[in-house]
Ligand binder design. Structure first.
Ligand code: A2P
Length: 272
């Protein structure tokens, strides 16, 4: 059985934890939330320049009592900095905010038309300079990944995209797995929308778990790294307790059947 600190090996040999904490909209609770997560075994923290809390993530990692090298920190280059060709500057600012010497994983936050190759070249340089241990993308569809595979030198290690029971992205997930790109799910709980779903309640009862834990276990068994966001101690702890049971194959299929295309951000229409 895996544990919360188990890892998946990325396409460049770097090991990334199979489960993490998201901090989008964690606001002033970011420091205690990250500290609580690390105390409960989380080893992956996912932030972004856009979230405006890299400083707090850095502070929490520095003060949590676990060595920096044991924590996997992800951040991302935001869209305006891509549009203005200021990707390098964006990274340097993130590093300053985090107050770290390197980032474990640096992602392109959204695919910006006409900028995909340019941004990727900057990430490749950061990787060559060993300022980042791995590079990847977020919100890339298959056609964006294909564009990169034609023009890039370094293959993306990770694709982080919106995925939850109401939007499972099965084809994209399988495409990523087939290309040795680790799929990572943002909004893995669908912002809480699916928690009242009868099937989740049924499985929660069967396993003595909560609907949120059933969803997170579903991601883990699909080979997807979930990064649920919570600022509440009890939920941070609860979300991590998904490594002591396993869903059956038929239950995973039933969960896939909940898909209804509920998408919050369409990667082909990025106007933010
Ligand atoms: P909170 O931070 O108050 O706990 P997602 O990661 O899918 O975007 O979901 C995050 C949302 O779900 C947040 O509103 C978070 O609120 C809530 N949430 C996180 N964990 C749980 C849980 N175990 N049960 C219910 N709601 C949760």
């Amino acid at each position: 059985m895996q544990t919360i600190s188990s890892t998946v090996t990325l396409n460049n040999g770097v090991k990334m934890p199979v489960f993490g904490l998201g901090v989008f909209e964690s606001g002033e609770s970011t420091v205690p939330a990250v500290q609580c997560a690390i105390q409960n075994g989380y080893r992956l923290i996912d932030t972004a320049a856009f979230y405006l809390n890299e400083k707090e993530v850095g502070e929490a990692v520095r003060t949590c009592g676990v060595p920096r090298e044991e924590i996997f920190v992800t951040t991302k280059v935001w869209n305006d900095m891509q549009r203005e060709s200021r990707q390098r500057e964006a990274f340097e600012k993130s590093l300053r905010e985090l107050d770290m010497e390197y980032v474990d994983l640096y992602l392109v936050h959204w695919p910006i038309p006409g900028k995909i190759h340019e941004t990727w070249k900057v990430l490749e340089t950061l990787y060559e300079e060993k300022l980042v241990r791995a590079i990847g993308v977020s919100n890339f569809l298959e056609h964006h990944l294909e564009e990169l595979s034609v023009k890039g030198n370094v293959a993306p290690a990770v694709n982080q995209f919106e995925s939850h029971p109401y939007l499972n992205r099965k084809e994209l997930r399988n495409y990523c797995l087939s290309q040795n790109i680790v799929p990572e799910a943002w909004s893995p709980l669908g912002r809480g929308a699916a928690l009242e779903e009868p099937l989740l309640k049924e499985l929660a009862e069967k396993y003595g778990k909560t609907p949120a834990q059933i969803i997170l276990r579903y991601h883990v068994q699909n080979g997807v790294v979930p990064i649920p966001k919570s600022v509440r101690e009890e939920r941070i702890r609860q979300n991590a307790e998904v490594f002591d049971f396993a869903l059956e194959g038929e239950e995973l299929s039933r969960l896939e059947g909940l898909d209804r295309g509920d998408m919050h951000g369409d990667p082909d229409r990025v106007d933010w």
